[in-house]
Unconditional design. Structure first.
Length: 103
């Protein structure tokens, strides 16, 4: 399995209503230094309906301003559709919605 495939398999483990950070995905995919690689992989997501890249946020809970599939408003809308709540306009309430493990 190549790096992007490992990242996609990891992202598929994030349940609806939860989010993970780029760093959490990087660690779970096999290398804590892959945070930016996670971003590159998600930006070129070959199966957006199958690989829930909208569930990956920055370490502070902010949605990605460059969300590849419609921008931060679309990412926020997709997360809200799963019951995710926000502390402010674009910051997920990480205490409530961040996954604790992607194992």
């Amino acid at each position: 399995m190549n790096t992007f495939e490992r990242i996609y398999e990891t992202v598929k483990k994030i349940p609806a209503g939860k989010v993970a950070t780029y760093g959490q995905v990087a660690i779970a995919a096999g290398n804590p230094r892959w945070s930016r690689v996670v971003g590159y992989a998600l930006h070129s997501n070959p199966s957006p309906g199958e690989i829930p890249c909208h569930r990956v946020v920055r370490r502070d809970g902010r949605v990605a301003p460059g969300f590849a599939f419609g921008g931060e408003h679309v990412q926020k809308m997709l997360l809200e559709g799963e019951g995710v709540t926000f502390k402010d306009e674009f910051t997920v309430d990480m205490d409530k919605h961040c996954v604790r493990s992607l194992a």
